[in-house]
Design a protein around this ligand. Structure first.
Ligand code: FES
Length: 233
């Protein structure tokens, strides 16, 4: 046998063997697909034939027209809004009533004094909002003295007229404008008030004339509802 015929017969036998192997693989593949199809045909869902059941809400839906449903919705929204507004108003009102000054505090806010009980040339001290208030029933000579001063030369320039509503009555806080001591009446170099703490002298109009105090004694808010009555505050 020649070499060429030997190699030809070898190639033919290899090709035959490969064809046999391919047929066997195809048969095996078809067999496994058949098994899969068989198992698929027999699959049973654990949730039954229908997995999603939609409930029936028809008995809850309104039988009325859409317009009447809208009216009802608007009515409910409006009613709730009104109730909320009333509640909010009551809450704010209660809060403001609680925060406002009580009757005893309001009573302290104003003090009424009968002027008939204060003789001319005398001082009276009353307490108002926790502070002393000096009330002086001034004589005519004291009024003249207060007006003689050239106010432009004073440390805290004020005329006597600016400090009183009625020249006979001088009303001012009894608190030294230096460090808050209570000055002594009818004392000092100017016949008015003297603060012994650090030596401030106030004149008969309560203006600072000497010493460390920077300002005149403060004049509070007051009025005369009648000729014989003074109300401070
Ligand atoms: S507190 Fe009146 S002089 Fe100092």
């Amino acid at each position: 046998m020649s070499l060429a015929s030997a190699s030809g017969s070898l190639l033919r036998s290899c090709a035959r063997q490969q064809l046999t192997t391919s047929r066997a693989a195809l048969a095996s593949c078809q067999q496994s697909r058949g098994v899969a199809d068989a198992s698929k045909a027999s699959f049973q869902s654990p949730f039954g034939s229908t997995t999603t059941k939609i409930p029936d809400f028809s008995k809850y839906s309104s039988k009325k027209s859409p317009r009447s449903n809208q009216v009802f919705s608007y009515f409910m929204a409006g009613s709730l809004g009104l109730a909320s507004a009333v509640g909010a108003k009551a809450t704010v009102q209660d809060f403001l009533v609680n925060m406002s000054a009580s009757a005893d505090v309001l009573a302290q806010a104003k003090v009424e004094i009968g002027l008939g009980a204060i003789p001319e040339g005398k001082n009276v001290i009353i307490k108002w909002r926790g502070k002393p208030v000096f009330i002086r029933h001034r004589t005519q000579s004291e009024i003249d003295e207060a007006n003689q001063i050239d106010h432009t030369t004073l440390r805290d320039p004020q005329t006597d007229e600016e400090r009183v509503q009625d020249p006979k009555w001088l009303v001012m806080l009894g608190v030294c404008t230096h460090l808050g001591c209570v000055p002594i009446g009818e004392a000092g170099d100017y016949g008015g008030w003297f603060c012994p703490c650090h030596g401030s002298h106030y004149d008969i109009s309560g203006r600072i004339r000497k010493g460390p105090a920077p300002l005149n004694l403060e004049v509070p808010q007051y009025n005369f509802p009648t000729d014989e009555t003074l109300v401070i505050g």
